[in-house]
Design a protein around this ligand. Structure first.
Ligand code: SAM
Length: 280
């Protein structure tokens, strides 16, 4: 059996008696046309090592294997899917390595190494944001690129530009580390069972080391102070960090500004001057 002669994704799930469990954030994509499109957005993957989180019944996994990936490492906590995934592994000529674990405990670099690689996943809702922040803050990055599906509202917050209600700590962190593109919205009806809201795929390409902001803890400190009270002007909200006027002057930010209009680069300047201010 080869990948193109496997039964459909839904048929395989039915044959293995697999029903979605809400507690594990299980909403499945049975349409290979959709998963192939996501795979194209994540590419090129020819010869690359790919990590997928939560393969479930394997719709995305199969598209990744078809794309010519050298190896797909798929981390799945629900053991009910392991026999079905083994069928896919056999059909792919042994290119699928299933890791039965909680993805929060897995370091992708242990599997992906230093060659061409990517993380591609339809992330479970309950662990999507912690997984993303872990990968964004890792040094060196887990892979050169990550193409990840989130609930639409989370995707909007990752890709947001200054000036809107979605712009906040997640956008500043993500865009300080990666070039971020909101690639495609996937309507709730594409999933089985359909979730309450639409999803969207975000592609994140890590910036070259010289452009990647590295003092993550300073960035987190200043964005937390600024956005915890997002209606307040920065001269007020940053007073918890010291002499707010001086910090803002040194970072070339107007004290009357509210956080949602401050650019990512200006937040990085603020993080730097705050770090200098406490280092003496
Ligand atoms: N990739 C499949 C698809 O697109 O049809 C399934 C996606 S479903 C939204 C999320 C998958 O992640 C489920 O298979 C679920 O069992 C798995 N999962 C949930 N929490 C996980 C965790 N902490 N680590 C690894 N997998 C997890």
């Amino acid at each position: 059996m080869s990948l193109d002669t496997l039964p459909g994704v839904r048929d395989m799930a039915d044959a293995h008696g697999l029903l979605a469990r809400k507690s594990l954030g299980q909403h499945f994509l049975y349409d290979l046309n959709v998963t192939r499109k996501i795979t194209r957005l994540a590419g090129p993957l020819d010869g690359a090592r790919v990590m997928e989180v939560g393969p479930g019944p394997g719709g995305l996994t199969r598209a990744l294997l078809e794309s010519g990936a050298e190896k797909v490492f798929a981390v799945e906590t629900d053991e009910r899917f392991l026999p079905l995934l083994e069928d896919i592994n056999r059909a792919s000529g042994g290119r699928l390595d299933v890791i039965h674990a909680d993805a929060l405990t897995v370091n992708p670099r242990d599997y992906l190494g230093d060659g061409p690689s990517a993380i591609v996943a339809n992330l479970p809702y309950n662990v999507g944001t912690p997984l993303l922040t872990g990968w964004l803050t890792a040094d060196p990055p887990p892979a050169p690129s990550m193409s990840l599906m989130f609930q639409k509202e989370v995707a909007d917050r990752i890709a947001a530009s200054p000036g809107g209600k979605d712009f906040g700590r997640l956008a500043v962190l993500a865009q300080s580390r990666c070039q971020v593109r909101l690639e495609m919205t996937i309507p709730a009806r594409a999933f089985t069972p359909p979730p309450k809201i639409d999803s969207a795929v975000v592609r994140l390409d890590f910036l070259p080391e010289s452009e990647r902001f590295s003092d993550i803890s300073a960035l987190e400190t200043v964005t937390k102070a600024a956005f915890t009270q997002r209606r307040k002007m920065l001269r007020k909200s940053l007073s918890t960090l010291g002499d707010a006027h001086k910090l803002l002057e040194m970072a070339e930010i107007s004290p009357e500004t509210r956080p949602e209009t401050v650019s990512v680069q200006a937040f990085q300047r603020l993080a730097k001057v705050w770090r200098e201010s406490i280092s003496g």
